[in-house]
Design a protein around this ligand. Structure first.
Ligand code: ZN
Ligand code: ZN
Length: 499
């Protein structure tokens, strides 16, 4: 493994450049523009009929019910975006109408109630407020990104899709399954790189023509019959992204469909484009890498103690880096072996984060641990420093008064979702400790910031389908390393808890 280290700082060979390209393309598989739109969409504001429910109020409604009021009256009552009320329909009788204000116009929908659920279309909701919230998101998406919503299924390519890109190491491992990693056998696996396949063989094996009828059969031989996915509408909790087009699955309920066998999740129209290559054994993957950070923490993916908002992978890698990486020359700049990183990632995906040993005996090259940490951060669908927060940070960073600048930067960081803030604080504090050893490891705040900025911010997304918000971020992209460097140098002030 010492030899491995020495090799990794040599100029890269063709295969390693190929691996770099893969890493680069898988770094930008997720697109957060639709998430930003959902955040911006107007929120529901109930217009009350009074302090008490209307005397004719049906059981399923409360003070949002206004009885038989006219459309004209509605216009007078609904003055703000997102205002809504329920009224008796003018005809037919005994029906109800949901009236709301969106885009400066008043809209009316026939409102139904059945089995304790409210609906105006296909999606059903526990409350009228949820229905309106989801409806406002859908109307807002349509008004801002209608063309994109209609074209994303047709412009996406399956070979470049997140589902395919991210499951590639697992598919190759399955192909080559005598090398499959186990936590008790990590070293045995990672010393047997999957690059023993020539790139031509590898491509032939991983193209999505390879199918298999049962879970237990590996995707190692082309089959004549293809196994289709079994997609059904699904309500996702937390934030999720489409495995086909990479865009956010927006809305409050039934945001998309999920395959019952392999858990492939997608927009409904995207699912129609997915080839029949269902691999049910992949269903347990992707629960660690490429999952939304807040969703991961809420579902119990936090680190050492129960209320930790820092994911286990991040905590464990940082502890390991601090135990044996702080004085290593070029730490975080020298790449680890891509095959070993892929194998370790697969172990995390397969065995669950807490079950993987990344100690020196299992993973002798600490650059592999560094690589896993960077990969984890780079594969977050919503970057650790979100686009909104980054734009605020850039605004704050441009202030000339040093005190005002730090205060504004601190406030910008506090605007992050709490799991993002907690994880960023942990990462930045760790990098500051790496800096303290810069005389030995040769990694200054400037060099660490240059290495980490694209991992933490992710604004240089593939330029093909840039959205307005991405363009703004791109315009600021030269600021990325400087903003990170400032966070590193002033981390004590910036992450100080409010007194
Ligand atoms: Zn499937
Ligand atoms: Zn999609």
């Amino acid at each position: 493994m010492v030899a491995e280290n020495a090799k990794s700082i040599q100029p890269k060979n063709e295969d390693e450049r190929g691996a770099d390209h893969n890493r680069h393309s898988s770094a930008h598989v997720w697109k957060s523009y639709l998430y930003q739109l959902q955040e911006e969409a107007p929120k529901p504001i109930m217009v009350e009929c009074g302090p008490e429910p209307h005397p004719d109020c049906p059981d399923q409604y409360s003070i949002e019910y206004h009885g038989a009021i006219s459309r004209h009256m509605c216009t007078a009552l609904l003055t703000q975006e997102g205002h809504y009320l329920v009224r008796e329909s003018q005809k037919p009788q005994d029906c109800h109408t949901l009236t709301l204000r969106f885009g400066g116009a008043i809209k009316h929908y026939r409102l139904y109630y059945d089995n304790n659920l409210h609906y105006v279309g296909e999606k059903r909701f526990d409350s009228v407020e949820d229905l309106v919230a989801d409806g406002l998101v859908t109307l807002y998406m349509e008004s801002k990104a209608g063309h994109q919503l209609r074209s994303m299924a047709t412009t996406a390519s399956y070979i470049d899709s997140p589902h395919y890109t991210l499951s590639r190491p697992a598919r190759i491992s399955t192909l080559n399954n005598k090398h499959v990693i186990r936590t008790d056998d990590t070293q045995a696996h990672i010393s047997k790189p999957s690059s023993s396949l020539s790139s031509k063989e590898e491509n032939a094996l991983i193209l999505p023509q390879v199918l298999h009828p049962e879970d237990t059969q590996p995707c190692d031989q082309p089959q004549t019959s293809q196994r289709p996915h079994r997609f059904i509408p699904h309500t996702f909790t937390g934030l999720h992204w489409c495995g086909f087009c990479g865009h956010f699955l927006w809305g409050l309920v039934m945001q998309g469909v999920r395959c019952q066998d392999c858990f492939f999740k997608a927009h409904r129209q995207c699912s129609l484009k997915v080839p029949s290559d269902c691999c049910p054994h992949l269903r347990h993957l992707h629960s660690v890498f490429g999952a939304d950070l807040t969703t991961c923490i809420r579902s119990g993916g936090g680190g050492s103690n129960s209320d930790s908002e820092v994911p286990w992978v991040v905590e464990a890698c940082i502890a390991e880096m601090e135990a044996r990486g702080l004085t290593m020359e070029g730490i975080y700049r020298v790449p680890g072996s891509q095959d070993q990183i892929d194998a370790l990632r697969l172990a995390f995906e397969r065995d669950g984060a807490g079950a993987v040993n990344i100690g020196e005996r299992s993973v002798p090259d600490v650059n592999v641990v560094a690589g896993i940490l960077k990969l984890y951060l780079r594969l977050l669908p919503l970057p650790l420093i979100t686009t909104n927060c980054f734009n605020q940070l850039c605004g704050a960073y441009s202030l000339s008064d040093p005190e005002a600048r730090l205060l504004a930067m601190r406030n910008a960081l506090y605007s992050l979702p709490s799991a993002h803030h907690a994880t960023l604080r942990t990462v930045i504090q760790h990098l500051a400790r790496v800096c303290e050893h810069s005389a030995v490891n040769k990694m200054t705040a400037t060099s660490l910031s240059t290495v980490f900025a694209p991992t933490l911010i992710q604004t240089s997304a593939s330029h093909q389908h840039l959205q307005p918000a991405d363009l703004l971020a791109l315009a600021n992209s030269s600021q990325e390393p400087r903003v990170i460097e400032c966070c590193l140098i002033y981390h004590r002030e910036l992450f100080k808890k409010e007194s």
